[in-house]
Design a protein around this ligand. Structure first.
Ligand code: PRX
Length: 636
């Protein structure tokens, strides 16, 4: 399945378009199936209904673990680098990982988890997180990993939506010089989660935690009570593997559902090809397993390919801004996969901490999560890759499960800021507002995909209609990504950013509606409108226009802003805190009551000269007031 040359890429692409079923069947055959599939693909985008490898039976952990034991049982599967560089790390070989996953799976079973049950995982970036994920998959339980930075309220929403039976967590987490109380947050969440019967708690920080009799158990103690014998559950290719919550333009985050067969085949295929992974290499993806990047390119993709994957608990700037380079040097990392926001933030510290490390082991650099600006691309290329490592700018989404548009390292000619070409099996189209396909090159439009790939979203958990509405109803017969995109004269794709009300802040996806709801919960707030604005490091910053019952004056305004930030932190989590808050007496609305975000966006961007047509506004006067206030805000 490995593509080595551009000709091979073109041939594979052609094959995947002419005969998608034959193309994917050939790749899928390289995995271990308990029973072969009867039909490779059945689909329609109207319901939508997509099924791959129909009737096929497998367990993804047999492919990620068992099948590697004979040949590479003693090869490292996971290398763990703790937050504190002075703490000893952990290396788990495939045999050790297999053993620990089986034990953890038995712990889940002991605590009542059976096939199909949902398990919420809220953990620091420690090996036990990956182990818990795989343990769920081993017994056919559906994992729902919640990023460790989300609030109790966010956890509760996710647990309740999926009706999780068990939570796996830790006493606390280390992140840089901070210690974060995870169990306490889970305890707060569980006040409102009647479905949860058991909480399995790992000790990490040894911070005091309450342990409720009959509900809470220590992971270490439970592990003493089980054996390492846990046969893998036989799963249907279309059985649910996991739910991962992600933000959209409206309402609460939705649970994106991925299934066993297609997700496995696609993440392994893309991992192997995009990064051109070679046996023995070490892959370092800096994402958190709480996001899709971590699911697909720390855990499942690399392990399905028998790779060595590095899991890092800490942050790029602690103990100093050379931490990534320290890790690259220490482990002789071959592939580094990170986000533009991290690159931009490290760029700001200069080269001192880069140059005192040996980065010569690096062979491929990856970028993911947001558009990479030209300056960051070149800095990455010049100073990290030393102009000898291809940069793969990988475009994809939680809903796509794996990388969709990206260079293949060393095979596709790269171009700064371009995700370049679709991978085999991916059929992108650009459409105008009416859904009409924009053909040819040198054009831009809304990015859609017109044919299913194996790891396409199957549904949004518990609400299939929401899945249809969000992704398959905007343009008939197409999966709509929510992204704007241009295709240049060479047919290369460049993602320009979201065209809906979704923000991308430091590579984290946040819905404006979610942030507004959180702000509106604050006492004294009447209404709010949230937009994104360009931010040097985060990519996008969050700008909130807030109407208060009483317009606060100077000092009070600052205090109220702090309180609003605390409310947002409490309701969603610190990642959703606005960077700027401006109190306003009104919002620009149309006569039908719709907020004209276009105007608010322009003002937040500082582009007040070109606000366009404001004559349809109910009260055009409000715009001048907001403009004046924004100037004061910008100076502050
Ligand atoms: O806007 C695109 C942006 O991130 C969105 C998906 O976010 P999420 O589901 O959290 O997944 C992020 C990791 C895969 C997309 O709709 N995005 C992701 N990768 C890129 C990107 N924008 C530009 N270039 C990329 N390489």
């Amino acid at each position: 399945m490995q593509i080595r040359t551009f000709d091979q890429y073109q041939a594979a692409y052609q094959h995947s378009i002419e005969d998608p079923e034959g193309f994917w069947a050939e790749i899928a055959q390289e995995f271990v199936w308990r029973k072969p599939w009867k039909k490779t693909l059945q689909w329609n985008f109207d319901e939508p209904s997509v099924q791959w490898f129909i009737g096929g039976k497998l367990n993804i952990t047999e492919n990620c673990l068992d099948r590697h034991l004979a040949e590479r049982g003693d090869q490292p599967a996971i290398i763990w680098e703790p937050n504190d560089p002075h703490e000893a790390g952990v290396t788990l070989t495939y045999r050790m990982l297999h053993d620990q996953v089986c034990r953890m799976a038995n712990v889940l079973k002991r605590n009542g988890v059976t096939k199909g049950d949902r398990v919420c995982i809220y953990m620091p970036m420690v090996p036990e997180l990956a182990i818990a994920v795989l343990a769920c998959a081993r017994i056919g339980a559906v994992h729902s990993v919640v990023f460790g930075g989300f609030s109790a309220q966010s956890i509760a929403d996710r647990i309740n939506d999926a009706q999780c039976k068990v939570v796996v967590t830790a006493d606390g987490a280390y992140r840089g010089n901070k210690e974060i109380a995870l169990k306490e947050t889970v305890d707060d969440a569980l006040i409102a989660c009647p479905s949860v019967q058991k909480v399995i708690v790992l000790t990490r920080t040894r911070t005091p935690v309450s342990m409720i009799k009959g509900r809470d158990v220590w992971m270490e103690q439970e592990l003493k009570l089980v054996t390492a014998d846990c046969p893998a559950e036989e799963m249907d290719a279309e059985d649910m593997l996991f739910i991962l919550y992600t933000s959209g333009s409206t309402g609460k985050p939705k649970g994106v559902v991925h299934t066993c067969g297609g997700y496995m085949v696609y993440t392994a295929y893309t991992f192997q090809n995009v990064f051109q992974y070679e046996p023995g290499q070490i892959h370092f993806c800096t994402a958190d397993i709480g996001w899709i990047t971590g699911h697909s390119y720390i855990v499942y993709g690399p392990l399905a390919c028998g790779a060595t994957t590095l899991l890092f608990e800490g942050v790029p700037t602690w103990p100093d801004c050379g931490r990534f380079w320290d890790i690259v040097d220490k482990y002789k990392i071959d592939i580094l996969y990170t986000a533009p926001t991290a690159i931009r933030s490290l760029m700001g510290f200069g080269l001192e901490k880069v140059e005192n490390h040996d980065l010569s082991s690096l062979k491929v650099l990856g970028s993911v999560g947001e558009p990479i600006n030209e300056e960051a691309w070149h800095w990455y290329d010049d100073h990290i890759g030393k102009n000898r490592c291809p940069i793969v700018d990988t475009w994809w989404q939680t809903e796509t499960g794996g990388i969709m548009i990206s260079p293949i390292a060393g095979v596709t000619k790269t171009k700064p800021t371009y995700a370049t070409l679709p991978l085999p099996g991916v059929q992108p189209v650009l459409v105008d507002e009416n859904g009409k396909e924009i053909a040819g090159n040198g054009v831009s439009g809304n990015l859609c995909i017109k044919f299913p790939w194996p790891s396409i979203i199957r549904t949004t958990y518990g609400d299939h209609e929401r899945c249809r509405q969000t992704y398959f109803s905007t343009y008939k017969g197409l999966y709509f990504t929510g992204d704007g995109c241009l295709r240049d004269e060479d047919g290369y794709y460049r993602i320009t950013g979201r065209v809906d009300d979704v923000l991308n802040v430091s590579g984290h996806r946040i819905g404006t509606a979610e942030v507004e709801n959180a702000i509106n919960m604050h006492t004294g707030v009447v209404e709010s409108a949230v937009v994104g604005y360009p931010h040097d490091i985060k990519g996008q910053g969050i700008y909130a226009y807030v109407i208060a019952e009483q317009m606060p004056e100077d000092h009070d305004a600052e205090l109220t802003k702090r309180d609003i930030l605390a409310t947002v932190s409490r309701v969603i989590g610190p990642i959703a805190k606005p960077d700027k808050i401006q109190f306003v007496s009104g919002l620009p609305k149309t006569r039908s009551g719709k907020i004209m975000r276009r105007i608010l966006r322009k003002i937040a961007e500082g582009d007040t000269a070109n606000l366009g047509d404001t004559t349809t506004l109910l009260d055009p006067g409000v715009v001048d007031e907001i403009k004046a206030g924004a100037l004061v805000e910008a100076k502050a």
